[in-house]
Write a protein that binds this ligand. Structure first.
Ligand code: 1QQ
Length: 386
């Protein structure tokens, strides 16, 4: 009797084990069938780039969740995201991009946040034939980096194409004639912004009364502002990152300046409004995106972002979200997980619906979509519509 029980028990165990094994094998087979496309997000989460990077991270993570949840890549594929803090310097970004390429074996990279970082980091990706999607670099020459320069794309409108519209609007609608420059002379972005201002000023026949500089990290701009204000300009054209832009605005108002202040892409962080408070009212800046744009794709993005994070997105979140979807589109249409195939598919993107509007790349991997002029009213970036 005991022997029969023993045999029965052994048989039962064997059956259960075999059933378990079959289930485990089924699951393993399913997991194995799924393939992952690893993408790296190299963004500034520490230092002065964090005024943009924190928001970029939110935009990228939201896009990745949507892409994977909707099975957008097809072929049982998913994006696997590696986020790395590129800090705020060129050296930290260069170290981070090497980690993404050598250790994480990424198929594409989003970032880095600042153009000054991109010039140090992107050549490594170009050398290794890994596509880069710049989502906030606005300096000329970004997409032309590297020997062939053919792996670097950007979805962020260059400063040159945004500042022109802003100065034109200020000259024609607000009748500014006399201007002064205040610009950072030691950063790629602030230098390029200054050059874009100069080109637009010349084109619109404006008169330049003063030209003053500062360095990244400066906190006291009163000496330069006093000289500028004494000349009585209609507008001060400021090329600064957000960390310097806020005190510049506050100090100009504290010194009694009531005229127009115009900035570039560096002004587009909500941190600027939080830090400059009511002094930011009336400040103008060119942008690639505004929250008031009612195209359905933008409305869907804003609503998903608010649901996910409980705050409104900014331009940097919108561009980072867009850049992630552009990469996903290339992964999908190329039907490949290979960097080279993804690069080729990126170059083909045209009329893709994004929160920035209908989006295409031109032959130099530069973005094609409309720019906007915005003005800060009641503590918000609103479209300038005089
Ligand atoms: C650049 C920029 C900065 C102002 C934003 C990240 O546009 O460095 O190119």
């Amino acid at each position: 009797m005991d022997k029969i029980r023993l045999i029965l028990a052994i048989t039962l165990c064997a059956l259960i084990t075999s059933a378990c094994n079959t289930a485990a094998q089924d699951t393993a087979a399913k997991v194995d069938q799924r393939s992952y496309v690893t993408i790296g997000a190299l963004i500034g989460l520490s230092g002065d780039a964090a005024a943009y990077g924190v928001s970029q991270k939110k935009g990228i993570e939201l896009a990745v969740r949507e892409i994977n949840d909707s099975n957008y890549l097809a072929g049982n594929r998913e994006l696997r995201l590696v986020v790395i803090d590129g800090g705020s310097s060129g050296d930290s970004a260069a170290a981070a991009i090497s980690t993404l390429i050598s250790d994480n074996k990424v198929a594409a990279i989003i970032g880095p946040t600042l153009s000054s970082q991109a010039f140090k980091a992107d050549p490594e990706a170009q050398k290794n034939s890994i596509p880069v999607m710049a989502v906030s670099n606005t300096v000329p020459g970004i997409t032309a980096m590297g020997t062939m320069g053919n792996y670097i794309f950007r979805c962020s409108l260059p400063e040159s194409s945004v500042i022109g519209g802003t100065i034109k609007a200020a000259a024609s609608q607000l009748r500014i004639v006399k201007v002064a420059y205040l610009w950072g002379s030691d950063d790629d972005y602030t230098r390029a912004g200054y050059q874009a201002f100069r080109d637009a000023v010349e084109k619109n026949g404006l008169q330049v009364l003063a030209d003053e500089t500062f360095a990244r990290g400066d906190t006291d701009f009163k000496a330069q502002l006093e000289k500028i204000i004494a000349r009585k300009p209609d507008a001060i054209l400021v090329s600064a990152l957000a960390r310097e832009a806020s005190p510049i605005i506050k100090q100009a108002r504290a010194l009694g300046y009531t005229g127009l202040i115009i900035g570039g892409n560096g002004f587009n962080s909500p941190d600027l409004i939080t830090q400059a408070g009511s002094d930011a009212e009336g400040v103008m800046a060119g942008t690639a995106w505004n929250i008031g744009n009612t195209n359905p794709r933008n409305l869907a993005f804003i609503s998903a972002f608010q649901k996910a994070y409980g705050v409104q997105p900014d331009q940097f979140a919108a561009q980072a979200y867009t850049g992630t979807w552009l990469i996903a589109n290339a992964v999908r249409t190329s039907r490949s997980n290979e960097p080279g195939a993804i690069r080729n598919a990126l170059a083909e993107i045209a009329n893709f619906t994004t929160p920035l509007g209908s989006f295409s790349f031109d032959g130099s991997r530069e973005p094609v979509h409309p720019s906007i002029v915005q003005i800060i009213r009641n503590g918000r970036f609103t479209v300038f519509n005089p």
